[in-house]
Design a protein around this ligand. Structure first.
Ligand SMILES: NC(=O)c1ccc[n+]([C@@H]2O[C@H](COP(=O)([O-])OP(=O)(O)OC[C@H]3O[C@@H](n4cnc5c(N)ncnc54)[C@H](O)[C@@H]3O)[C@@H](O)[C@H]2O)c1
Length: 357
């Protein structure tokens, strides 16, 4: 069967054709294609490690939101990877111009600004995220050191599960400062929380502020007191308007938050679209220096009475900018919420201790 490839792979010289087609203006730079190594231009390069369901949802969302000039895809399955890398540029006429490179070797990630790690096994319908630990730690040992070597100044954004432990693993294996290593954490859980409250109140989820913190997973902590809608603390607003969240509605929201991902995985086998948008929102805040606050997995030692000695990554509201994490908001938690957070921290720290890093 005839193998259809990218023109560059067939030996066409894009720069040469361009210089035939356009007459250079006086004092212009040569009409050669600009690559990420070029001294003439600083391109934004994002690498996505793992081109599975999650990696490709993230790559395509980053592409459509025009967050990168170059996207590098790395995966262990060369044919599937090549298929994805050929499929995306076929939409070039409808998208911002982005250079896509790919390979099974981390060398294609060289000089990345942001590396998103999605490689790894995903949970089966009955499996918890922590069950994935051993399998995905082994993968990280292969992936993180070469990625860090090729892009020593990059930001690392870990998505693979269990994300909090793997963010710790990526931090240790990369040798990067903690401010440049974050996990996608509860950014997605918080979006589910905001969506469910928005549905209940029949308002736009973007107008709902609500945080979920702690572990991305079964022990995540919903900070009910943080809910505000249009600047109004939600519970106060409901009381003033003589309405209330009835217990059944609260239970429904709690149940849907805890079971949401499991339900999607049970029905379609994986989750992809929401995590794609969640990670693209983090990429935008980081790469565009937005100073936006997101609940993401950060080094949590010392916050909310988590021991200074417990090097554990958990989601807390973090201020994100081009340099990574600028700071963490210390929320006014109830004693119960703080206790849940410390309990997650202890569980995760015990897991991290088993890893010998
Ligand atoms: N943090 C979150 O909110 C969140 C949400 C959804 C999924 N996830 C996690 O994301 C991960 C990926 O899920 P998925 O559905 O895309 O799985 P998938 O099986 O579809 O894809 C995994 C990809 O990893 C690649 N891979 C495996 N070993 C590799 C290596 N050594 N180097 C490079 N690539 C390698 C595979 O080739 C495959 O393309 C899972 O761990 C899943 O639990 C996290």
């Amino acid at each position: 069967m005839h193998k259809i490839s990218l023109l560059s792979e067939l030996g066409f010289n894009a720069g040469g054709a361009s210089s035939d087609f356009f007459r250079p203006v006086a004092d212009s730079l040569p009409l050669t294609p600009i690559s990420s190594g070029s001294p003439h231009h600083r391109l934004t390069k994002v690498s996505v490690i793992g081109a599975g369901k999650v990696g490709m949802a993230i790559a395509q969302t980053i592409l459509t939101q025009n967050l990168a000039d170059e996207i590098a895809l790395v995966s262990a399955h060369p044919n599937k990877l090549r298929g994805e890398a050929l499929d995306l540029p076929h939409a070039a006429a409808f998208l911002p111009r982005v250079h896509i490179v790919y390979g099974t070797d981390a060398a294609v990630t060289k000089n990345s600004d942001l590396v998103v790690i999605t490689a790894g096994a995903r949970q089966t319908p009955e499996e918890t995220r922590l069950n994935l630990l051993e399998r995905n730690v082994a993968l990280c040992r292969n992936i993180v050191p070469p990625v860090a070597e090729h892009s020593p100044d990059a930001l690392l954004l870990v998505v693979s599960n269990p994300v909090d432990v793997l963010t710790y693993v990526a931090w240790k294996l990369s040798g990067f400062p903690a401010s440049r290593v974050v996990g996608s954490g509860t950014n997605l859980d918080a979006s589910r929380f905001r969506f469910l409250i928005a549905e209940h109140l029949d308002v736009n989820a973007q107008d709902v502020q609500a945080y979920m913190i702690g572990e991305h997973g079964d022990s995540s902590v919903a900070v009910w007191s943080s809910i505000s809608v249009g600047g109004m603390p939600a519970f106060k607003w409901l009381r003033n308007s003589h309405r209330s969240f009835d217990e059944a509605a609260l239970d429904g929201i709690r149940h849907a938050m805890v079971g949401g991902a499991y339900e999607v995985i049970g029905l379609k086998g994986y989750t992809s679209w929401a995590i794609g948008y969640s990670v693209a929102s983090l990429a935008a805040s980081l790469l565009r220096d937005q100073h936006s606050v997101h609940p993401v997995s950060v080094l949590a030692a010392g916050f909310h009475d988590i021991s200074e000695d417990h090097e554990v990554f958990l989601s807390l509201p973090a201020l994100l900018c081009r340099r990574g994490v600028l700071g963490v908001a210390e929320m006014d938690l109830t004693e119960d919420e703080a206790a849940q957070l410390r309990s997650s921290a202890k569980t995760l720290w015990e897991k991290c201790q088993l890893l010998d890093l």
